[in-house]
Design a protein. Sequence first.
Lengths: 252, 522
Amino acid sequence: MHPDSLTSAVAIGPLPGTPPAVVDIRGLHVRFGSVDAVRGIDVSARAGEGTALLGRNGAGKSTTMRVLAGVVPPTEGVVLVAGLDVRRDLLAVKRLVGYCPDVGGLVPRATPWEHLQLSARLRRMSNWEQRARDLIERFELGDAAHRVTSGFSHGMGRRLSVALAAFHEPEVLLLDEPFDGVDPLGVSATLDVIGEARARGAAVLVSTHLRELAIQACSTALVLRGGSAVARLDAHELAGEEGADVYRALLD
Amino acid sequence: MSTALSSTEARFGGSPLNGIRDALEDLGALLRFRSAALDAKGRRRMRVAGLAVLLLTVAAAVVPAVSPGAQTGEDVGRLVAIMPSIYLGFLVLAVVSAAASGGGREIVPREQAVAWPVSSMTDHFGALLLAPLNIAWLLQAWTLLGTTAYVTGHPATLWATELPVLLYLVLATALGAVVAWLLEWVRRGPRGVLVVRSLLGVLSASLVALVLTHHVTDVLDQSPTVWVFVTALNGSVLSWGQWLVGSAVLLALAVGLVLVGALPARLAAGRAPREEHRLESGIYEPRPDALGDLRALVRVDRVGIWRSLPLRRGLLVLALMPGLIAFGGQLGWDRLTILPGLVASGAALLFGVNTWCLDARGALWRESLPVAPALAFGSRVWVLTEVLLGAALVTVLLSTLRAGIPSVPELVALFFATLVVAAQVVSASMRWSVRRPFSVDMRSARATPAPPVVMVGYSTRLALGTTFVGLMFSGLGETDQWHLTALIGLLMVLVSGYRVARTASRWEDPATRARVVVTVAG
């Protein structure tokens, strides 16, 4: 497929007859002072669907994630999560979303267990301990469960951030650069978590620069450039050498 | 800052002069790097603040010499007797400030400076340069210049009187840095924390023994600062020969200590910060689930303070030092009202003025949790208040041990002075935290919650506000109207409460929160 045709083939929103989108973003603008971080992005993701947000640094991927997580308010546009408006029902949206931020994402002087404990308390989770232990073991953080996170390596921090995002089995799982600096076992655990979330019907959005992993984790890819969406395509269309050329062309 | 040998240090090993020149050049580059981050408004503010400090310093050195009662007033004799103690007090302050901050503040935070080969000598010079950017240092320096001018300064020879004082300020600051680097080197060595704590224990016990055996005055009379004061005096009585020798010795010592400090700085930089590593690698046993959302939030906020090296160390120093000094000096109840403000301001300057820095990079995750903004804000207010009040209470308790039995008005005045300054400082801290957040990780003992220049502004405003309140309640404590004192105190607490509520409503705005958390998370 030629990149030009991809650009013109941006198709936003569910097709007729398909289930409603869990994530529905229309005309999203985010402005920081005089800087337009996001300029009119439309995104939709249905239950069980994995969407990769791809693009160069500063394309608007992380800002879009932050808006969905309820951390940054939209300047313009409509952002719905499971039908709830992120502006009006912020707390309800936050309950539905699990978010792994792109930077750090961990309170430096708290332990992984204390992070999970706080999350469980604020999300009204009962009998959460077993789920917490499972995730900690799965991401091979058992030895560090009761150590403060400021002593963690970058990869350990990323793994814990993914575990925290997936902990309460959210309807929308937002993973911003989850593979960054993570070892192969950690990558595998992250892919498993994404697979499980999709299998139980969660919409998963993954922002990453690692194209091959994005293809493995997601069914759809949305390519952003300069704060706007330039293409939405099947993730497999970005596979291999041909896919790499297509992707590179979309970035320029 | 770098803890490894750098190319700059290799050159220092070859030629000390080249090393000094390179360190000064590097320091200039780092200062330019820091000032480049300021916008036009920030630079204008910095220029105005610099000019204000300069004018105040000149005023402190000149005005007392021409004020009524200078050199002839009834209080001059009493002041002459305590001048060496005031000089010594400045040295103690210089040592404690530098030691509490692990050798001194950083020109560029460690995590940012790792990209460059910053030598320990540059780091040392930078720490010395930043030492005066501290309201306690400035106030003490102005007191020193002012009292010397008042007691001895003839307008015609004022420059000769004040020159040795200025040299002493440099000398004491450099000596403080030398002691601080040495302590840091010991602390980072085998059993270092134990050794340093034992040293402090012995020192504290000796001071208490001196106080209890009434030998404080004898020791102070032997202070080498007597000689510094005599040199300043020689300038005013035109004993030029002695003045010249004294000033030359002060200059040589000051320059020597500035240079010598690079050696322990280098030794300390060569050792890993064990205490930081111990805090980061220790096991913290899990606690039972918190019973409410606020308690859960408060618990995480509290660990941000008590597991942070600079905050723990700073709070301990703040809680104990003023109290011990008041204990030693046997301050009366009328003067104790000043202390809570001093301690509360100092505690806020450790983290409170940028309170969201406790979350650092975790700010984004915390903001994504489903909790009402007011509750998260309330948790921070709660934790800040308990820390300020806790530290102030320790100080007040220590200082009242030898203050005698108070009258009811004195007791009420001290109670409300403590309450009012705590409320005042919490209100200002929360306001500044929301208005002007900074991305910092309070990991290193040398970290500050905001850039040094900003910290000077904050500390000045806090010091002015809380000192005014302390003096006001000191005056109220002298009257019999304790009901009036209580009424004024309650009104002032209510005003601060109202201001906190106003800041909380600003925090409710998602755009404001986003600006803060995105900035803090870096």
